[in-house]
Design a protein around this ligand. Sequence first.
Ligand SMILES: [Zn+2]
Length: 116
Amino acid sequence: MKKNDWKLIVFFLIVAGVFFFWNEMRGKEGREAVIYVDGMEYQRVSLWKEQEILVGTGNVVVTGQGSAHMEAADCPDQICVHHRPVSKSGESIVCLPNRVVVEIQGEDCEVDVTAY
Ligand SMILES: [Zn+2]
C-alpha cells in the first residue's frame, strides 16, 4: 500500500503542476496592450505578438515578449519614450502631448470559468 500511496502523491503533484503551469500561460497570453488615442480605443494587441504599431502622427508602440513600450514619438517631451516597458495589468504609458495612452489589460493569473 505504501508504494501506491507514493504513486498517488506523485500523480497529484504532476496534475497540480500541469494545472498551475497551464493557468500561468493562459494568464500571460490573455494580457494585451490597449492603445487609446484621444480617449478612444485605437487598437488592441497581444503582448506576446511581436508587433510595431504606428499610432496617430508619430508614436510607435512595440509589443512582444510579454511587454509593450513606446519605441519612438514626435512629442516634444519624450516622456513616453523614456518610460520603462509595461507588462502588468493596469500599467500604462501616457503621451500627453499626442494624447496617446498604452494600457495593459487582462487577467494576470485567474481562471476564466466561462472557458470550461
Ligand atoms: Zn510622448
